[in-house]
Design a protein around this ligand. Structure first.
Ligand code: ISJ
Length: 391
């Protein structure tokens, strides 16, 4: 059973995966034109703490809290690079399942996407609740219990009759060329679509490890706003905390040879952030497991959780009043031809049968104002609402 020389589209592969009850991931790396899709033909997808170096090619999809939701690995048993349209099967792909998949690929299908198990009724998330949680956080921060905590919320939006998931993916990819754009659909777990601005761990073909400290948010009105961006002390300190946290992880691993560039102002959709880039040459430092070791230490970073990590996490779990699920977890290809590129699952939404759940958070410090943080989450949700409005 070799690779099929017939040419297929991303839509055909995605639909065959959903119709065949298979887990599937579609992605596009930042500044790239190339859409990629992989389908797992395994019977289960749950994995423990990822060991990136030993992993076959596939796509990781991990939650904010691995105690509450499983880490998922979508092994690339079937892979399609849309430049050639050729479907490539992994040499160890299960044969019977592969044959069934090829049968589905050749049929016209109307499959939509995998749905999550029935969920408890949505907890009411009002502006007042969020603002109250932020006000409580500010009080705790002013009393010195923490330095920073990231509080998030979600909101539901009806999908219109003509909503088309793969069209939405294409619109995302065209609208946000600098984002990591992804669509993940797993049987029994659900479907997520996102355009993330934030690398968590990446290891490229030259064996260069990268991560970033991303924080501080303001609207980006136009191209000039980057050059003339002015950041308040609050945002500068907030981003510096994320930077310090990354440095403390390097220190734990006794790694001293890294390059650090920034902070610089970067644009993510309708927003600007402050970003510092860290890079390590893995061959030069002879540290082959740095990717996995940093992944374990970094997640959840102070960009999505807070500082110090433990009290911030406890505060989030006690006061957000909803389950973040895979929002602010991480996701991306592992050991693909282009390397390993894991991003924080931000600017994302979960697809239910007739509605979408959108997620966004904001970093709170002692200098925050609750209403301002609410508007920040509104702005962050626009990455997705802008796409939904086009249907
Ligand atoms: C938490 C989110 O974004 C994170 C929080 C930021 C902030 O607080 O300024 C900025 C970028 C991200 O690291 C989100 O998009 O939901």
């Amino acid at each position: 059973m070799g690779n099929r020389t017939l040419s297929y589209t991303i839509e055909e592969v995605f639909k065959a995966a959903v119709a065949g009850n298979r887990a599937v991931a579609v992605w596009r790396l930042p500044e790239s034109e190339k859409l990629q899709v992989c389908v797992s033909l395994q019977s289960g997808h749950e994995v423990g703490q990822p060991h990136l170096e030993q992993s076959p090619f596939g796509f990781l999809f991990c939650p904010f809290q691995p105690q509450d939701h499983p880490n998922i690995f979508i092994k690339a048993d079937v892979y399609l690079d849309d430049a050639s349209g050729a479907v490539i099967a992994a040499p160890d792909a299960p044969l019977a399942a592969l044959e069934q998949f090829y049968v589905l690929l050749s049929q016209p299908l109307t499959a939509l996407w995998h749905l999550p198990p029935p969920m408890p009724p949505a907890s009411e998330q009002t502006a007042a609740n969020y603002i109250k949680a932020v006000a409580d956080a500010i009080e705790a921060l002013q009393q010195g219990e923490m330095e920073k905590v990231v509080l998030s919320r979600n909101t539901r939006q009806e999908l219109t009759e003509d909503f088309d998931l793969l069209q939405a993916f294409k619109k995302l990819q065209q609208t946000y060329p600098r984002a990591f754009v992804s669509l993940v659909s797993v049987p029994g777990l659900g479907t997520w679509l996102g355009a993330s601005p934030e690398i968590l761990v990446s290891i490229d073909q030259q064996n260069h490890f990268r991560t970033v400290a991303l924080a501080g948010t303001q609207p980006a009105a136009n191209a000039e706003s980057v050059a003339s961006a002015i950041w308040r002390q609050k945002e500068i300190e907030e981003q510096a905390m994320v930077e310090r946290y990354i440095l403390s992880c390097f220190k734990k691993l006794r790694l001293r040879e890294y390059s650090e560039v920034g902070p610089r102002t970067v644009v993510a959709g309708n927003l600007m952030h402050l970003r510092t880039d860290f890079k390590v040459d893995l061959e030069e430092v002879d540290f082959p497991t740095l990717g996995s070791d940093m992944l374990q230490l970094l997640h959840p970073t102070s960009a999505v959780c807070g500082l110090p990590k433990e009290p911030a996490l406890a505060f989030i779990l006690a006061s957000e009043g909803y389950d973040r699920s895979y929002y602010s977890g991480y996701l991306g290809p592992v050991n693909s031809g282009a390397g390993t590129h894991l991003y924080v699952n931000l600017r994302c939404m979960q697809l239910l049968a007739t509605e979408a759940i959108l997620y966004a958070g904001a970093g709170i410090t002692a200098a925050s104002t609750p209403e301002h943080e609410w508007y920040e989450t509104e702005h962050k949700m626009q990455t997705m609402t802008h796409i939904l409005q086009q249907f």
